[in-house]
Design a protein around this ligand. Sequence first.
Ligand code: G4P
Length: 531
Amino acid sequence: MDYKKAVQSRRTFAIISHPDAGKTTLTEKLLLFGGAIREAGSVKGKKNSKHAMSDWMEIEKQRGISVTSSVLEFLYDGYHVNILDTPGHEDFSEDTYRTLTAADSATMLIDAAKGVEAQTKKLFKVCKMRGIPIFTFMNKLDRQGRDPFELMEELENLLGIRSYPMGWPIGMGQSFSGVYDRHNKKLELYNPENPKEIDVIQLTGPDDPKLDEAIGEEGLVAQFREELELLDVAGDEFDPELIAKGKLTPIFFGSAISSFGVQTFLEHFLKLSPAPTPRESSKGLIEPLENQSFSGFIFKIQANMNPAHRDRIAFLRITSGKFERGMSVKHVRVGKNLKLAQPTQFLAQSRSIVDEAYAGDIIGLFDPGTFRIGDTLVEGDNFEFAEMPHFSPEFFSAITVKEALKHKSYEKGLQQLTEEGAIQLFKTYNRFAEQQIVGVVGVLQFEVLEYRLKHEYHVDIQLERLPFSFARWADGPAEAMDAFKKSQRNLVTDRDGRIVVLFENEFQMRTAIDKYPEMKFYENSFIKSNS
Ligand code: G4P
């Protein structure tokens, strides 16, 4: 296949949402449209813990939730779509954040009755930091939700992003009758009796009498026309450039459970979302279309997806070029050549060997323990991609091993889990007795840590929760730094020896910022791939 064509047809994105907004449902509908699965309900059996496709780890099976994130791919209308799935549970890990570094755009899924919720806000922040385009799908219109104008206001007030509704709903909940596609002037009718059957009517515009005929209820139609006029007059204009910069989010309305609005969303999304985007590296921007030699970076390492094999999989985002099975690449950090003989791509559990893949695709590499998050692999060149951000944990525990004799295995396990990015490990700074502290983004990671150390390294640990909620990487001129170090009690060092300060609450943090104006406190660090 023509290289440029192949790359241009790739769309790699992540769905960000708060638990229960309907991410699994939407993902499943997208896969159904792409023919990647045949029946609904096969992405994951929640709650009753049926065999879920992404339930790799035992702990996931036990709890019936998805702890790890996976990659799903499907073909639609000539596009090759990669969905980076992020955990749907409240307790997520740094993986969730890092997965977003491999995405070129994001779809923010919002429950129209709930609006912007906590987890969506956190994930949005990471997308905003990267400046990627963000699409919004307002879900569950079949239920009574919030006023669409109010939802738009919330996007602006809570997330700081302007929006452009691509469609506008007619009624909601009991009165939900359909969505008008502002671009194509099409009316999609919602039939509550048989929601999967969607009638589409081509209109000349919102004033077309066919609309009155189709909806039937005068009041609803009048309200719809009034709202649409208000949007046309007072709303933002459609601006693809602002969308591309992540400054304007196109909004779609629908009901994922009844597949309503999903296809319209998908079709607009594929046209508006970017093909694989460039990434910053030590030799400048690596443009996928201009660089035909292979390069990529590891953004996630997952251990023991299949407990029977006890293997580790490193997920690599191809940044440029074409991957071919058996090819030799350079593992830049260690300066060695590697043969990529056994890569796998995932439709969850059914692993299949990939023979070729292009920029934008994600491949899973069997990892005998040589990879780290942020590692660069290149063909015939020698550069490294920019460091991978490392986010502030929100939960902290002091960690000790129960049996001193197992210290070696304990250290090995901790090192592996740190390399995978499942946990962050800190050491107390300048204390009489050095103490190890584990930081995680989602509290569930403590359980994962305990479980994995016990099952993979046969080590029992003791965790003692600490009252901190924020970690900030501290930096400043030498003198200020010295004064700061002497005065602070809750200082730790990260695995690269950098000084990090732990705060219990915002108030403590503010006080430190005010007291040490010369100091800088960073919310995220960077994982140095050569550390
Ligand atoms: P998540 O992955 O974001 O956590 O959400 P998931 O898709 O599992 O959906 C959460 C709940 O919301 C599910 O109901 C699902 O059926 C429901 N849901 C998803 N989309 C829609 C929608 O468009 N309209 C309505 N009314 N509901 C929707 P549940 O009762 O928690 O689970 P289940 O028993 O239906 O699986």
